[in-house]
Design a binder for this molecule. Structure first.
Ligand code: AMP
Length: 469
């Protein structure tokens, strides 16, 4: 199971669900398959979930239903269990510790083992998302205080998790000991906000307080914030791909501006792969910051060589190949009057399968560019991610299958240069290289991935009819 997700939570703010709705809007880039909010007032939990974008899932009527001063929300994209409404988060359950709702960003690497064990002991799973094991473990805990319950629970799960829990009287934010995925705390009036990225704080006018530390559990209740640790060694493995592609450039992630880090990537790339050219352009929007850095460092002017139709979803994040190909064609259009007769440096953030890049290079050439020099502001992606970024299997990763020269020929560029791994890590000034997970580039994962094999009970899938809105 792979998840790309955004997590948002509100505690002690009037109209919590509306703030949550806005927060999810800001996190929409982290997942477009489904969205959900669970809110809480003095009497009840209220739940609204739907398939599609935040704007598809919510309307004035269902938002008005979400009463209370606390709420958590979630946006999700996954590659499995796609259209099953039970998989939409937040998940919620009547546990032995009270009602608990859960939003999870990340990917648990021992979920299958845990599910098998729990099933054999009689647990009934309602969804096929790995996150559900967390609710089962909470309910089984012999501890009584929520912090101890979570310490006991979270030390049993492995992999990547940035979590928000909403209970009868608390909001909890927790992050795995590696800190793979971001999670931050903000303040709004008398209340607190928890969010995957700071861009959501900006939108609702909340102030940034701090990151939830790797391995930290932060309990937010009527007494304020209480911090505790998940037992176990803290060896940081922050996901560098959050900087490369996944986070929004206006966010502060792992303490650094994503835009400025990307710009540095572009500068280093310009030093590593210099070329004589007339202009530097980006593949919008993910290549923008790095292209500016490349231009600044090389002295070659930056130009807008392509415009993007913003009303088309992110092409890569469409579940079916058919739709993805269609998306590429309608999304980006080269500006022929800029490109005609020019030697062009094209900067993009990453090459995954190479298919969209090939089409983009060919479109830039058709628009009249004399030379196309492709520059990628990350190293070759040769390995899948097991910690929450949706990357295809190795067979589909172009850099795992072909040499650089073959890739250049495949995408049809006159030259091709990837940012080196050392160059990328050196560009991130406030962290040591060893603090990052770079498993997608070098195959060295910070922990063993256990999710192998099948469910112990070999059953057919349960297919629910789901109305797509
Ligand atoms: P491709 O043509 O398959 O190599 O796709 C390259 C494009 O996919 C780049 O422009 C990236 O911005 C984008 N991309 C990279 N990683 C992801 C991801 N995990 N999800 C969605 N899009 C991605």
């Amino acid at each position: 199971m792979k998840e790309e997700c955004g997590v948002f939570g509100v505690f002690g703010c009037e109209d919590a669900a509306k703030l949550c709705y806005l927060g999810l809007y800001a996190l929409q880039h982290r997942g477009q398959e489904s969205a959900g909010i669970v809110s809480l007032d003095h009497h009840n939990f209220y739940v609204v979930k739907g398939m599609g974008l935040v704007s598809d899932a919510f309307n004035e009527t269902n938002l008005a239903y979400l009463k209370g001063a606390s709420a958590i929300g979630h946006v999700r994209y996954s590659t499995t269990g796609a259209n099953h409404p039970n998989n939409i988060q937040p998940l919620y359950s009547h546990t032995s510790k009270g009602n608990i709702a859960l939003s999870h960003n990340g990917n648990l690497t021992n979920a299958l083992d845990l599910q098998n064990k729990l099933r054999l002991e009689g647990a009934l799973f309602q969804s096929t998302v790995d996150s559900e094991v967390i609710l089962h473990l909470i309910s089984r805990s012999k501890e009584t205080q929520i912090i101890q319950v979570l310490q006991e629970t979270l030390k049993q799960i492995q992999g990547a998790f940035s979590l928000a829990f909403l209970g009868d009287s608390f909001l909890v934010a927790a992050r795995d000991t590696f800190g793979f995925r971001p999670l931050v705390i903000g303040k709004l009036d008398t209340g607190y906000i928890v969010t995957s990225e700071t861009c959501a704080l900006d939108l609702i006018g909340a102030t940034y307080v701090r990151e939830v530390e790797p391995g930290e559990i932060v309990l937010i209740d009527k007494n304020g914030l209480t911090s505790a640790r998940i037992p176990g060694p803290a060896k940081h493995a922050l996901c560098v791909f959050e900087y490369v592609y996944f986070s929004r450039p206006d966010s502060i992630v792992f303490g650094e501006s994503v835009h400025l880090v990307r710009k540095e990537f572009g500068k280093v790339l310009a030093k590593e792969y210099a070329i004589d050219a007339d202009l530097v352009m980006s593949i919008p929007d993910s290549g923008n910051s790095a292209a500016l850095g490349y231009s600044e460092e090389s002295g070659i002017p930056f130009e807008i060589g392509m415009t993007r139709n913003h009303y088309v979803g992110r092409t890569f994040i469409q579940p079916e190949q058919k739709i993805r190909d269609f998306g590429v064609k309608i999304k980006l259009n080269p500006i022929a009057s800029v490109l005609k007769g020019k030697r062009v440096v094209v900067v993009d953030d990453s090459l995954v399968r190479g298919t969209t890049s090939k089409q983009r290079v060919s479109a830039i050439r058709q628009a009249g560019a004399k030379e196309v020099h492709l520059r990628i502001s990350s190293p070759p992606i040769c390995f899948p991610c097991h910690f929450g970024i949706d990357t295809p299997k190795r067979e589909k990763l172009i850099a795992a299958q072909k040499e650089i020269e073959e890739i250049r020929r495949y995408v049809g560029a006159d030259s091709l240069g990837y940012l080196s791994l050392e160059g990328m890590l050196a560009a991130i000034k406030t962290h040591q290289p060893k603090e990052f997970c770079v498993g997608c580039f070098n195959g060295k994962y910070p922990l063993k991935v256990q999710n192998k094999g099948k469910f112990s009970v070999n059953s057919r899938k349960i297919k629910l009819y789901a109305e797509k809105n």
